[in-house]
Design a protein around this ligand. Structure first.
Ligand code: HDD
Length: 713
């Protein structure tokens, strides 16, 4: 294992590490003290009246220790409670001064420190990582002009159009109030009841049912700012903008059965994956992409760019890659950093501004407000992880948990007692809300330009590859199949799905036991937009780069008698390409190869499982393969890797494991000595030339969906 604390190759550049230094306690060689700094020499026994007597109230060390423990928990986030964070930096490739005055986007020499928090939405803090859900992708840029928070998701649209519906949506998707079931799952009556009654959810629901909602890794998913924002240059000229994060490792997903198994076998799968990659020096990287749109084009594309349930297809406005985010340091303390970080959509710097998207407008209030309860008062911006690197000077005063000690007598503006300080900034360097002419009646109404709810849901479905479409339909069958009330199942089919795709609606109706839908109803919620694209290939993950096996994890299954020379060659070749090969054996005691060498497995068939790996390799060796055949958990490894469509390399005798796994009829024996059909690499004998390269290509392809097709009759 290559684990190390942080990579010596590239020292972490995150500025926060020095900043936090002053707050670090427990440096080496210090003694235990109370919170008041009083040295303590015994902490295993409370102070008692006699060795068998009652504890004394006088024991201030015991009382303080217990009081602090009793109050360790703070409220978890009302949504996005489960998350994992990392430090890093962002650097723009070339100046974007034509579009914005924001320093971090105009100075290519500037490395802007960032803190990113990835999350799931619906589950509690202790829920599993791999559930079907949207993933949060929130980035705090500590820029020289103050903090900019890009609080996005891995899905480019949202469930609702107006933030006033957010409490309703979240109540519906979270566990039901009477019994708090189900945890971290949208497969229940209240969510689908809501969906069936609120057609604007249709587009996002299609994304939620797609493979996007079960990512392979936080390192392998896209991020989106979702709303249309504005960039404003120094001359005050504005462009509309959509923010994207594009992972350099490509966008890849798990399969549903695997996600469910991982939830039990390794509920920390994504958190661990992020942590280990950074510890290994495999720093996750994402390019920042911008879709830039002239302000006057806000309605040009047949829908309203202020409507957060819509994507702007990349085929209409390409995504320009303008800079790179690198995550190079794990947090030192989960609570102090990942838990206490407070993101706020309203944190913008000069050069970035909002639009009138009603979902965005609501968020501007909610994020500030929610921290008051979660972080215990208004001074959360003074917590180390939230402090800007830009200097802070203002007249804010007091409140729970104040950290800084203002020394001026002048706590008001204007003043002479403080020499007029702090002075007002020059408007050219300050954040000035962009002037926009707004006129209208006070009105609680949705704009007509927001009324098409189904065209883009259909566009999304039509843009997916066949296997992706199949996964989506299976997800709908699972989720709606879990709904207890037939009338809700029926409404989802007849009010939502039928408007998206008739065939999907018909299949789901059959699967969930409701009457087939009537021939296509006209979309209830307004007339469909005129799209200038029929499909948007960019919406499918199949187009994502599939040319590298960097950071992929491969299990090598062994028992005594395995082909050691072959394993060494395969391992060396794959690791030279950036993958990790882990030996999985019957126990943690050494196994002996065919050639008499001893190797210590890192995991066993009991502690590891196929779902924790990207690919499985079984070296040849008659004795080893015969032994593996007798271990049901080892056979399961092969069976699951096959069923989950992962690259599978079986050398020489190892091909027999397909029989034992009961899947050999799905992968007919190869015609030649070396064969890689369906991503199952088999060679007649050990060490066939080209074996490892075929395996590497199969791993890079991520999954081999052709295995999901029914076997030939
Ligand atoms: Fe939100 C947290 C993303 C709509 C209200 N949201 C939160 C987080 C992410 C998002 C990534 C977790 C931040 C972290 O890691 O600490 N939320 C989104 C996106 C949305 C969205 C991409 C739609 C485009 N959110 C949304 C609306 C509202 C909120 C419409 C309310 C009007 N969101 C919150 C919140 C949270 C939050 C209640 C919970 C914890 C927190 O803010 O700090 O204020």
């Amino acid at each position: 294992m290559r684990l190390r604390r942080s990579s010596p190759k590239t020292p972490p550049t995150s500025l926060k590490s020095e900043q936090l230094e002053t707050f670090r306690d427990r440096p080496e060689g210090t003694v235990l003290t109370t919170d008041q700094g009083i040295p303590i020499s015994e902490t295993d026994n409370s102070l008692k009246a006699g060795v068998r007597g009652p504890t004394l109230l006088e024991d201030f060390h015991f009382r303080e220790k217990m009081m602090r423990f009793d109050h360790e928990r703070i409220p978890e986030r009302v949504v996005h409670a489960r998350g994992a964070g990392a430090h890093g930096y962002f650097q723009v490739y070339k100046s974007l001064e034509k579009y914005t005055q924001a320093r971090f986007l105009t100075d290519p020499s500037l490395r802007t420190p960032v803190f990113v928090r990835f999350s799931t939405v619906g589950g509690s803090r202790g829920s599993a990582d791999t559930v079907r859900d949207v993933r949060g992708f929130a980035t705090k840029f500590y820029t020289p002009e103050g903090n900019f928070d890009l609080v996005g998701n891995n899905i480019p649209v949202f469930f609702i159009q107006d933030g006033i519906k957010f409490p309703d949506f979240v109540h519906a998707v979270k566990p039901e109030p009477h019994n708090e079931i189900p945890q971290a799952s949208s497969a229940h009556d209240s969510l689908w009841d809501f969906v069936s009654l609120v057609p604007e959810t249709a587009h996002m629901v299609m994304w939620l049912m797609s493979d996007r909602a079960i990512p392979r890794s936080y390192r392998m998913m896209e991020g989106f700012g979702v709303h249309t924002f504005r960039l404003v240059n120094a001359e005050g000229k504005a462009h509309l903008v959509k923010f994207h994060w594009k992972p350099l490792l490509g966008t890849h997903s798990l399969v549903w059965d695997e996600s469910q198994k991982l939830s039990g076998k390794d509920p920390d799968f994504h958190r661990r994956d992020l942590w280990e990659a950074i510890e290994n020096g495999d720093f996750p990287e994402y390019e920042l992409g911008l879709q830039l749109i002239p302000e006057e084009d806000v309605l040009k594309y047949g829908f309203d760019l202020l409507d957060a349930t819509k994507v702007l297809p990349e085929e209409l406005v390409p995504v320009e890659r303008v800079g790179k985010l690198t995550l190079d340091r794990n947090p030192d303390n989960f609570f102090a950093e990942t838990e206490q970080v407070a993101f706020c959509v309203a944190n913008v710097v000069p050069g970035i501004d909002f639009t009138n998207d009603p979902l965005l407008q609501a968020r501007l209030f909610s994020y500030l407000d929610t921290q008051l309860t979660r972080l215990g008062g208004p001074n959360f911006a003074e917590l180390p992880i939230n402090r800007p690197v830009a200097p802070v000077h203002n007249h804010q005063q007091d409140g729970f948990g104040r950290q800084t000690i203002p020394t001026s007598r002048a706590n008001y503006h204007p003043n002479t007692l403080g020499g007029g300080c702090p002075f007002l900034a020059n408007p050219r360097q300050a954040f000035v809300h962009r002037q926009e002419r707004v006129e209208g009646h006070k009105i609680r109404q949705r704009s007509k330009s927001f009324s098409d709810h189904f065209s883009q849901a259909t566009l999304f479905y039509k843009s997916l590859s066949k296997p992706e479409q199949e996964h989506l339909v299976n997800a709908l069958e699972f989720e709606i199949g879990k709904v207890e009330r037939p009338e809700i199942r029926e409404r989802v089919v007849n009010e939502v799905l039928v408007n998206v795709d008739f065939e999907v609606a018909t299949r789901v109706a059959r699967a969930v036991g409701v009457a087939p839908p009537k021939p296509l109803k006209k979309a209830k919620a307004g007339k469909p937009a005129k799209f200038t694209v029929e499909t948007s290939p960019a919406l499918s993950q199949e187009r994502s780069p599939r040319d590298s096996i960097k950071t992929r994890k491969i299990a090598a299954l062994v028992a005594d008698g395995f082909a050691g020379k072959e394993l060494a060659h395969v391992r060396k070749t794959l690791e030279a390409m950036g993958a990790t090969v882990e030996l999985v054996g019957p126990t943690l005691s050494p196994v002996t190869s065919l050639e008499g060498q001893q190797e210590k497995p890192l995991k066993t068939y009991v502690t590891a499982s196929s779902v924790m790996y990207d690919a499985v390799y079984v070296p040849g060796g008659e004795k080893s393969v015969a032994a593996l055949r007798k271990v049901p958990l080892a056979v399961d490894f092969v069976r699951e890797a096959f069923v989950h469509c992962k690259a599978l390399a079986l050398s020489g005798e190892a091909a027999a494991l397909l029989d034992a796994a009961g899947v050999s009829q799905l992968a007919p024996p190869p015609a030649k000595g070396l064969d890689g059909a369906l991503g199952v690499i088999r060679s007649a004998k050990s060490e066939t030339k080209g074996f490892t390269q075929l395996f590497a290509d199969a791993i890079a392809a991520h999954r081999h969906w052709a295995r999901e097709a029914p076997p030939p009759a």
